[in-house]
Design a binder for this molecule. Structure first.
Ligand SMILES: Nc1ncnc2c1ncn2[C@@H]1O[C@H](COP(=O)(O)OP(=O)(O)O)[C@@H](O)[C@H]1O
Ligand SMILES: Cc1ncc(COP(=O)(O)O)c(N)n1
Length: 557
């Protein structure tokens, strides 16, 4: 765990400065420490007063830390005066931490000065010590002695010249430009560039974003991440933090970001609480009404996009509607739709989808083997074939864009749990239970597809979103629903109860399957898939759909 020191000013509302730094270092996986340069009476509206203790006291703080603690990374924020800059510089030249991220804080979001104008030149010289400098667009202009860049290209030109001249890496951040995409580009003095784009969040909760980015970056670099991995991690985490900042309801000006959102999301995902409580489904189901869901899905919850096939499937929909709503509302679906889903997460999702389809095909084939009704035999066999065709299509069209032979990808715990559950249920339980288990993949997927808005052609996932819109998939889902309706009607009350549990369990597996892509780190994702993933299909691939049943449509209509 890297030991990371922030040298910065304070913000009593906790959004910027030392408070933001410590929260960010913790979030990024480091042990955070804090040396205070100045006390700032500020809130989400702006700075009211500033108190700078004598630099002798600053030096005392710095030495108290470095005489006791080995530092793996240091980040500097508000330095305020030329005297402070000189004091920190002397200390740095003595201690020489392996990583130094300099956020050359000059003017707050509110427009208040946090660096005396006469200290600007001292800040420029100070930057020579940095591993990387993280100016915003206005600070870049001051550092490089140029007019404020109006475009990303202008900012990149300014930074490239400055980086080569100074011999330090610099990150160009386009947060302050009027662009739809906010890109963080790491420029090295040798001219190499690493660009990490993210979608712009429409929010006023951007207080302390610069502090947070630089602290997270210092921490990830201190962990040993490459610049590319560290920047990807920090940008991605900050995007989530900014997206959920407004919900904190802190202050009425430029509010802070939610530094802890990712950690809370991951902690919730790691809960081992059972998905289905013992009293959720009665042991015997004589009638659909015994499920206690007589409202049949039209009582506030989302109505099914593909209508239920009768009273049993209507009652099941109502029983599972909380999970169905959670999928529609999931961060994964939202990020896929607004285009902010990181590429590594999308690639991971596709790889797992291909693995899933293979397991799903085997479960469908098991249902075919266990069916005696000729129409059901044909239906499940074709569904199995459809899933295998889709798996092949994923490999050929989406996953096969790299000419390097890819190592066999490994199923994630979530994918393995889902496919193992489907196979065990389809093979080992009554047939009705197996049919109930495979239904959510049809029904909930169709539900997501029906709710998708139209996206512009230049949307990063436009081609993939199109795969959800296949009308044939609706037909296949209707047939799966008809199968389950008749299986439930014919089953015993005890088997119906087991089938209901299987349906609810599979609904929950669907939610986990979608959400798992947001639980993978960029480095972990590439280790799993070992191949470059396209966001568009390769030429030569024709099928527009990704799921088992979509292929089925053509053959069953
Ligand atoms: N509206 C936004 N949407 C998405 N990301 C943002 C937004 N505003 C800031 N960021 C992220 O925060 C980082 C720092 O923001 P920026 O405004 O450039 O810095 P500063 O706080 O130093 O002025 C950006 O590089 C970007 O990653
Ligand atoms: C102590 C301190 N350091 C840095 C900032 C800049 O943060 P922002 O530009 O997001 O207001 C700030 N407001 N206060």
């Amino acid at each position: 765990m890297p030991r990371v020191l922030s040298i910065a000013g304070t913000d009593p509302t906790g959004g910027a400065g030392t408070a933001a730094d410590l929260k960010s270092i913790t979030a990024a996986g480091g042990y955070g420490m804090s040396v205070v340069t100045g006390l700032v009476a500020q809130n989400t509206h702006g700075v009211r007063d500033l108190h700078v203790p004598p630099v002798k006291f600053l030096a005392a703080q710095l030495h108290a830390v470095s005489s006791d603690v080995t530092l793996d990374a240091v980040k500097t924020g508000m330095l305020g005066t030329a005297e402070i800059i000189a004091t920190v510089a002397v200390w740095l030249d003595d201690v020489r931490p392996p990583i130094l991220v300099v956020d050359p804080v000059m003017i707050a979001t509110s427009g208040d000065r946090l660096l005396q104008p006469e200290a600007e030149q001292a800040m420029v010289t100070f930057c020579r010590r940095a591993t990387v400098v993280t100016p915003n667009i206005d600070e870049l202009a001051v550092l490089t002695g140029s007019p404020r860049a109006a475009t990303e290209d202008e900012a990149l030109d300014q930074a490239a010249r400055w980086s080569a001249e100074m011999g330090v890496a610099v990150i160009v951040k386009t947060g302050h430009l009027d662009t739809l995409t906010v890109t963080n580009t790491w420029l090295s003095p040798d001219g190499t560039r690493i660009a990490v784009p993210s979608t712009r969040v429409d929010t006023t909760s951007t207080h302390g974003t610069g502090c947070s980015l630089s602290s997270a970056l210092a921490t990830r670099l201190g962990c040993g991440d490459t610049p590319a991995a560290a920047l990807a991690w920090a940008t991605d985490w900050l995007h989530e933090s900014i997206s959920h900042g407004a919900a904190l309801r802190v202050g009425s000006g430029h509010g802070p970001v939610d530094h802890g959102h990712r950690a809370r999301r991951l902690a919730a995902a790691a809960s081992s609480a059972p998905w289905i409580t013992p009293d959720a489904v009665p042991h015997l189901l004589e009638t659909p009404a015994d499920l206690g869901t007589s409202r049949a899905g039209n009582d506030g919850g989302p109505a099914p996009a593909v209508a239920s096939a009768g009273p049993w499937t209507a009652a099941l929909w109502a029983a599972g509607e909380e999970t169905t709503a959670a999928i529609a509302d999931s961060d994964f679906v939202r990020a896929l739709v607004d285009g902010s889903l990181p590429k590594h997460a999308f690639g991971f999702y596709l790889t797992q989808d291909a693995l899933y389809l293979n397991g799903y095909a085997r479960a469908l084939a098991a249902l075919a083997a266990r069916s005696t009704d000729p129409a059901a035999q044909v239906y499940w066999s074709q569904a199995a074939t459809g899933a295998l065709t889709e798996e092949a299509e994923l490999h050929r069209g989406w996953l096969g864009r790299n000419s390097e032979p890819a190592p066999t990808p490994a199923p994630s715990p979530v994918t393995a749990a889902y496919t193992d559950f489907l196979l065990a249920t389809a093979l080992g339980e009554d047939r009705a239970v197996g049919v109930a288990a495979v239904l959510p993949c049809f029904w909930l997927y169709a539900q997501v597809g029906a709710a998708l808005p139209a996206v512009p052609a230049d949307h990063p996932y436009a081609a993939w979103l199109d795969t959800y819109r296949d009308p044939g998939f609706v037909t296949a889902t209707e047939q799966a629903l008809a199968q389950l309706e008749s299986e439930m009607a014919a089953a015993s009350p005890a088997v119906r109860a087991t089938a209901t549990r299987a349906y609810l369990t599979a609904c929950r597996h669907e939610l986990e399957f979608f959400d798992q892509a947001l639980r993978i780190e960029p480095g972990e994702a590439s280790a799993v898939q070992g191949t470059a993933i396209g966001t568009t299909r390769s030429p030569g691939s024709t099928s527009p759909s990704n799921t088992a049943a979509a292929q089925l449509a053509g053959s069953t209509r």
